[in-house]
Design a protein around this ligand. Structure first.
Ligand code: HEM
Ligand code: HEM
Ligand SMILES: [Fe+2]
Length: 446
């Protein structure tokens, strides 16, 4: 069964794609600045570009998650969204807050707290926006005919993500305290509640695409939620090693964060097993590619590359270097970027009625973006390891080291171009689907 109000998801996805393109533009600005072409410096210095790049990332992912929820919740709850007009109000206000924040960054209206650069007054607008979103989702779920585990895990993830934004708004004079609570947002998002969002979307997609029984799929989901909380909460300690808090965190953070890859491993095994078990041959193979891809690439980017620098003995050397950027790119891409592209690939044909499944362009989009991103990860990784040796082992001056490793950014730009070609192809496919229609929503789906 489909529900007409699910169509609102389309517009969140469209906003998401627009912001993704902008994010990449700022990525290139930084990449070129790193090899000496810093011509835009007057208007967009590196630090501004960096803040814009990462904040746009967060907003396009959130917009994607919101679209996913507007698509998934009515179908799981078996009822229309309680109020479609308000969902459009929420969409527009999200776009407005995002644009105001990003434009503000160019006029130095931002706070120097990585990932949480949005100034406090704007934070309140974010809170109102998210409350509206959660209200619509939760009331729909509550009034619906069914409350599935998939829908509950997805909604729980979204609700906790909203609550965890609040500690990041507490004002402190102490740098230590500020850092301590900043990680409640940044770490507990990506290594905690966002994993629930990912797990919920993954579970929905696997139910639809493989035809394996809901009971089996949702049992796995419980295991994933369990592993996530067991490791991720105390795993926050891997950011507390050297920030000036109690040394007990060296042990607690080391042990629990080392367990975090298990949740990602479980997700990868889950997806691959369900794919193998599945008897249903769903025609939308492209959505299946992105779904399995998300589960596997996130294990590599978050699980393996996260583990690579999570022990205190290694983090002492790698902290805040390009090794972090190596891990951050593949983890964000695999876990959250790809799952958003997966739900879009699945839902778009259903909403528009155009069955552009595994077209040559769709397939090329998948492979080029992934190959490009793996190349970027390697480029960051090689630059990062060189940086660690020159700067931290041999004590070379920071700026001299940056000059020394700038050649790796040439490689980065080449790989980023491959990646971007893939993304552009994905967006062309998105555009070719056309707009969602009521007629398409009436056609029943497998
Ligand atoms: C055109 C493609 C891209 C290019 C050229 C690019 C380039 C860069 C550069 C140069 C940095 C700054 C590294 C430094 O501090 O020196 C950066 C940071 C970052 N980028 Fe990208 N990027 C691209 C795409 C993406 C994508 C698709 C994602 C996520 C899915 C992403 C996520 C991030 C994150 C999370 C950071 C902050 C990393 C950290 O905190 O260490 N980027 N990017
Ligand atoms: C999808 C999940 C994940 C994403 C999106 C992600 C992303 C990031 C980002 C953006 C940063 C830089 C944060 C900042 O400096 O503000 C970071 C840092 C870090 N991540 Fe992850 N991560 C994920 C999972 C993991 C896992 C599972 C582990 C451990 C096994 C891990 C270990 C680390 C460590 C140790 C740092 C600190 C690096 C430093 O000291 O500079 N991450 N991660
Ligand atoms: Fe973390």
């Amino acid at each position: 069964m489909k529900y007409k109000s699910q169509k609102v998801a389309y517009w969140f996805f469209a906003l998401s794609m627009l912001l993704l393109v902008l994010q990449l533009v700022y990525g290139f600005v930084m990449g070129f600045a790193r090899i000496g072409f810093d011509n835009l410096h007057e208007f967009v210095p590196f630090n501004t570009a960096r803040a814009v790049h990462t904040n746009l990332l967060v907003v396009w992912l959130l917009s994607g998650f919101m679209g996913a929820a507007y698509y998934i919740i009515p179908e799981e709850a078996q009822r229309e969204l309680v109020n479609v007009k308000l969902a459009y109000v929420q969409l527009i206000s999200l776009a407005v807050v995002g644009v105001v924040a990003v434009v503000g960054f160019h006029f130095n209206y931002w706070e120097g707290r990585k990932f949480l650069e949005i100034p406090r007054p704007l934070d309140f607008l974010v809170v109102i926006n998210v409350l509206l979103f959660l209200g619509l989702i939760l009331v729909t779920l509550f009034k619906g005919k069914r409350r599935t585990t998939t829908a509950l895990v997805l909604s729980m993830g979204l609700l906790f993500a909203a609550l965890l934004y609040l500690p990041g708004m507490l004002p402190f004079d102490s740098q230590v305290m500020d850092s301590f609570f900043r990680w409640w947002v940044v770490h507990l998002w990506v290594e905690g509640v966002w994993e629930l969002i990912m797990g919920g979307i993954l579970s929905f997609l696997l139910i639809k695409l493989t035809g394996v029984d809901r009971e089996v799929i949702e049992k796995w989901l419980y295991v994933i939620v369990g592993l996530t909380f067991l490791s991720g909460v105390l795993g926050t300690g891997h950011h507390y090693y050297y920030i000036g808090v109690n040394k007990i965190w060296l042990i607690v953070g080391g042990i629990f964060s080392a367990l975090e890859p298990l949740a990602f491993l479980a997700m990868a095994l889950f997806a691959v097993n369900m794919y193998r078990k599945g008897e249903k041959k769903h025609p939308n193979k492209l959505a299946l590619y992105w779904t399995l891809g998300a589960a596997i690439v996130s294990f590599v980017g978050a699980g393996l590359l996260g583990f690579a620098h999570t022990l205190p003995q290694t983090n002492l050397y790698t902290h805040g270097t390009l090794v972090t950027a190596m891990h951050a790119h593949l983890a964000f891409w695999g876990a959250y970027g790809m799952i958003v592209l997966a739900i879009i690939s699945y839902s778009l044909p259903n909403m528009t009625g155009r069955k552009l499944y595994l077209t040559p362009r769709g397939r090329a989009a998948f492979w080029l973006s992934n190959i490009g991103m793996i190349g970027m990860t390697v480029a960051f990784g090689v630059a990062g390891v060189a940086q660690v040796y020159l700067e931290r082992k041999f004590g070379m001056d920071f700026m001299l080291v940056q000059k020394e490793i700038s050649i790796h950014f040439v490689v980065l730009i080449i790989c980023a171009s491959v990646f971007t070609t893939g993304i552009i192809m994905y967006i062309i496919e998105f555009y070719k689907h056309g707009r969602p229609t009521d007629e398409a929503m009436e056609v029943s789906i497998q």
